[in-house]
Design a protein around this ligand. Structure first.
Ligand code: ADP
Ligand code: 5GP
Length: 211
């Protein structure tokens, strides 16, 4: 029987490197399915509808919410972002590990709905390096950069809700760390109840046969 996949929620301050890490994981290993969120924010240069996000109007977003089509959604720096339900549920049922790259309010809603979800927080090596990455990316105006840094201050208050932090200093090392945490989660007792129960039954049969 195929095991259900792990729902891995990855959050972190804007500019910490979440998007880069997610691409690395999906490119390097074949057990991951990366959920594509729906958003009302405008595409950045180089972003494509259906690849980085489903870019939609506020009306379409609200319609999707009304239909119960999102697992969670949140407002982040004046735009809505949400996780489409169908893809995530199908992929988990197929045994693939699903990556949700979402902010903290959404992560907490996912934890309520899926208590077994694994919550991971990506940290930059320092606050200064975060600012360098965010400005170095060159995709936001100085006003938006400063809004996102202020948002990081409040997000930092919620890190204790997560299971693990990973520090994204060396990109490759951090990718490996994320992968190994998710691999380890597959070995948890709670995720192997069926195997444990089967072993108990086999042992009982074996011991009875010995008499
Ligand atoms: P997020 O998705 O968390 O907002 P990005 O993945 O867009 O962050 O990364 C922000 C910027 O930092 C990008 O320009 C990216 O190339 C760069 N970056 C990501 N990880 C590292 C790293 N380990 N070292 C140096 N730069 C990085
Ligand atoms: P960005 O505009 O930089 O792509 O994303 C802004 C923030 O929204 C990031 O923290 C990102 O993780 C988060 N985000 C992206 N998709 C979703 C989503 O579906 N739900 C929630 N709650 N947050 C999301």
């Amino acid at each position: 029987m195929k095991h259900r996949g792990i729902l891995a929620v990855v959050s972190g301050f804007s500019g910490a490197g979440k998007g880069t890490l997610m691409k690395n994981l999906v490119n390097q290993y074949d057990n991951y399915a990366l959920s594509i969120s729906m958003t009302t924010r405008l595409p950045r240069e180089g972003e494509e509808d259906g690849r980085e996000y489903f870019f939609v109007s506020k009306e379409t977003f609200e319609e999707k919410v009304g239909q119960g089509g999102l697992i969670e959604y949140a407002c982040y720096c004046d735009n809505y972002y949400g996780t489409p339900k169908e893809y995530v549920e199908n992929q988990l049922a197929m045994g693939r590990d699903v990556l949700l790259e979402i902010e903290i309010q959404g992560a907490l809603k996912v934890r309520e709905k899926f208590p077994e979800a694994l919550l991971l927080f990506v940290m930059p090596p320092s606050a200064k390096e975060l600012e360098n990455r965010l400005t170095g990316r060159g995709t936001e105006t100085p006003e938006v950069v400063s809004k996102r840094l202020r948002r990081a201050v409040s997000e930092a208050q919620g890190i204790e809700n997560y299971d693990y932090i990973v520090i994204n200093d060396d990109l490759e090392m951090c990718t490996q760390e994320l992968h190994s945490i998710i691999c380890t989660a597959h070995k948890s007792v709670g995720r192997n109840e069926e195997f444990i129960e089967n072993m108990r039954q086999e042992l009982n049969v074996l011991v009875k046969g010995e008499k």
